[in-house]
Design a protein around this ligand. Structure first.
Ligand SMILES: [Zn+2]
Ligand SMILES: [Zn+2]
Length: 227
């Protein structure tokens, strides 16, 4: 298969490598769509505050992906959970389900987290292995392209839940990238009043305008010098 192999900062090489093996709890996914997360970019440029978890590569980045199941490991097969041909989307934060924090329901704090594209090979390749517990079936009427937005959308939903927006409230969103665009749409659907979207790139703000969601677009903020 072809894979974009990350070796070190600013060095990713397209290579031909064997299709990965599938162990008992795994599922092999043929990648259809994969997003480029802000964290992929920080790994590439060496700007991530946590570094690249595996240190220097080789590693395939990419944790926001959708695709088709092409091989099912023994466990999900025996449980009849997945079949070849299923359309799936990945939850890249894959917990162990057997440690203390997992048992306490705080799976995001699992000490043995496995994250395709961060701790194991990810979706910047033709195929990717995932734990079966980290895959979800994509509804038939949802495209692979939309499916690949599931993970970033869940982050935006989580952020929005914390805000607890009241109907009619003025909402300001910093950042007009994909996450900001999703948050604008959610804020509007929750019933926010006026929304200000603050960003630095024209084309992104044009997208927001086209969706008809934005009342204010602010590009340059002058920070008053109070010193
Ligand atoms: Zn991400
Ligand atoms: Zn755990």
């Amino acid at each position: 298969m072809k894979a974009q192999v990350f070796y070190e900062v600013e060095k990713i090489i397209l290579e031909e490598i064997p299709i990965p093996e599938v162990i008992d709890i795994d599922i092999l996914v043929k990648i259809e769509n994969v997003g480029i997360c802000g964290s992929d970019i920080t790994y590439y440029y060496g700007l991530s505050p946590v570094g690249t978890p595996m240190g220097k590569g080789p590693l395939f980045l990419g944790h926001e992906f959708s695709g088709e199941v092409v091989k099912v490991g023994k466990v999900p097969k025996s449980l009849d959970l997945f079949k070849e041909g299923y359309r799936v989307v990945v939850n890249p934060v894959q917990h162990c389900n057997s440690c203390y924090t997992c048992a306490a329901g705080q799976t995001h704090l699992c000490k043995k987290l496995s994250v395709p594209g961060v701790t194991t090979n990810g979706g910047f390749a033709e195929y990717c292995v995932s734990k079966y517990t980290g895959l979800f079936k994509l509804p038939d009427d949802t495209s692979y392209k939309k499916g690949a937005f599931t993970e970033p959308l869940t982050c935006a939903v989580n952020g929005m839940k914390k805000l607890d927006i009241e109907p009619g409230q003025f909402v300001t969103i910093f950042g007009a990238g994909p996450m900001g665009q999703m948050m604008v749409q959610m804020a509007k659907s929750i019933g926010a009043g006026k929304i200000a979207l603050i960003g630095t790139r024209d084309y992104r703000q044009e997208i927001a305008k086209k969706m008809g969601q934005i009342l204010y677009l602010i590009q340059k903020i002058k920070i008053p010098n109070t010193m």
